[in-house]
Write a protein that binds this ligand. Sequence first.
Ligand SMILES: [Mn+2]
Length: 234
Amino acid sequence: MKKPVIGITAVTAFNDKLHAQRVTYPEAVWAAGGEAVLLPCNSDKSNCAQIVSMLDGLLVPGGADVAPELYGEEKMDVCGSTFRFEDEYDMELIKEAVKQGKPILAICRGMQIMNVLYGGTLYQDIPTQYETQQNHSMLEGGVENYHTVALNPDSLLAKILGQHKDVKVNTSHHQAVKDLAEGFTITGRAPDGIPEAMENADGSIICMQWHPERMQDMEMYRNLFRYFIDKCRE
Ligand SMILES: [Mn+2]
């Protein structure tokens, strides 16, 4: 049986000489029965329709901060490095995937990009713009940090994970959804109220602010990737 092909968008490094992604994404896709292809960023967006036509689903993973100009704000000092052509390329791929009816899983920056694409805004930096005691960043030395999320019990994500209260999530983000995009519902929040998950009405786009691909020791997060791959198979 042919495996569903999942396109994973790349992040750029070394002055745009390296286009890559963390191996945890394809590993989670492979483990769930999918095949993974990496999509290098291209400043020429005219290839997106053809690229997406070769895919069964799109995974928009974590990465750098989203360029604030894309949601009508000036970049603050607390905002990290941004790569606008990367943002715009990812947005074009998302638009094509929606147009061609391909399911999308958006993780961390992927959720932020999704929100901005459909008209939402972001906190450029949670610690300076949001009243909270919760550290949403990774711990020093790249040590994984965790908090819980309360999911809407009626959300697709809660149904997939089979849990909605006190869902354990990792956290390595300093930006978050501020104003929500048109057509989406916030489906999960951290105890401090920060939006941690959202989805669209027909469930073809599932977004989360955490990294389930790094928590594949938990069955519910393996189930999430299995659900996504199975949906891409349809
Ligand atoms: Mn968080």
